[in-house]
Design a protein around this ligand. Structure first.
Ligand SMILES: [Ca+2]
Length: 297
């Protein structure tokens, strides 16, 4: 797919738009501007009537709006780019008798009404540059830049979320002591939030990596059950899984309970294509095991 830069450049800079704004003298410009606004309002009224149960009158107004816009263009010598489309539509309108009553509306009228609204709006937009003065163009530029900025911000936000989604780390555990101590606490970057196991129970915590990647080490920050100082992991095993198979298993321990735990690093060597790292809590200090933070490097 080829990206066309010219429409975007024109949307932001409005150079062609500005050139067209210099074609008509001020008096004609004012007259045309009023007609552009009037025809926009008539098209809106036509839509309201059509949708509100008065399609015959809506159709009549839509035809009127288009004919008035085309007459204004012809009067001011404005050449419209979609001339073929307009000629085709005009011939179809002329060939199909206009509905006098709502019950006269046919499928052909409904199809033509849609085209009338679409073509009418395009003709209206084509006339706008010729009716604009300098302040109007400045207002348009500001509005277009603002819209472009909003779209850019939304696009960047979408890309950030997309990339984060591609490189997400998901955590789950065999159990937790209470909802406040769920597994996600080990990847929130907060030392004061902890994953705690139920009382005097072993268990495991899985870190799922997406996409798979090479893992060299795991860093751990032990729990201590802040404010109670009665829970921490003692002995644990780190299991590394690649393509569904256990490829590394390392047993280690925190030697003692600490109210001010420090980060420890467990070297695992090079493990490629890792999708999951499991930390098995084999024993604990005091009332149960847990962890505050886990990093997979
Ligand atoms: Ca935490």
């Amino acid at each position: 797919m080829r990206f066309e830069l010219a429409p975007l450049r024109e949307y932001l800079l409005l150079r062609e738009h500005e050139a067209r704004s210099r074609v008509l003298p001020t008096a004609k410009k004012i007259e045309l501007e009023a007609q552009v606004v009037e025809q926009r309002e008539v098209r809106r009224a036509a839509n309201v009537l059509w949708a509100g149960g008065s399609p015959a009158q809506g159709y009549r107004l839509a035809v009127e709006a288009l004919r008035a816009a085309l007459a204004a263009a012809e009067r001011d010598g404005i050449v419209l780019e979609n001339a073929d489309e307009i000629a085709s539509l005009k011939s179809r309108i002329d060939a199909l008798p206009g509905p006098k009553l709502d019950r006269d509306i046919s499928v052909q009228h409904a199809q033509l009404f849609e085209r009338l609204c679409g073509v009418g709006a395009r003709v209206g937009r084509a006339l706008e540059p010729y009716a604009d003065d300098a302040p109007a163009i400045a207002r348009r530029r500001r509005a277009h830049w603002l819209r472009a900025a909003i779209v850019s911000v939304l696009l960047v936000a979408f890309l950030v979320l997309f990339v984060k989604g591609q490189f997400r780390t998901k955590v789950s555990a065999s159990a937790f002591y209470a909802p406040k101590y769920e597994a996600e606490n080990v990847t929130d970057g907060q030392p004061n939030s902890e994953w705690l196991l139920p009382n005097t129970t072993g268990g495991w915590l899985d870190v799922q990596l997406s996409p798979r990647r090479t893992v060299h080490a795991v860093r751990l920050l032990n729990a201590h059950n802040i404010g109670h100082e009665d829970r921490a992991t003692h002995e644990y095993r780190i299991e590394v899984y690649s393509h569904g198979s256990l490829v590394k298993s390392v047993d280690a321990e925190f030697p003692e309970f600490s109210s001010t735990p420090q980060w420890v690093t467990v070297d695992l060597g090079e493990n490629r294509g890792v999708e999951r790292v499991r930390i098995v809590v084999k024993s604990w200090f005091l009332n149960g095991g847990g962890l505050s933070e886990v990093r997979v490097d």
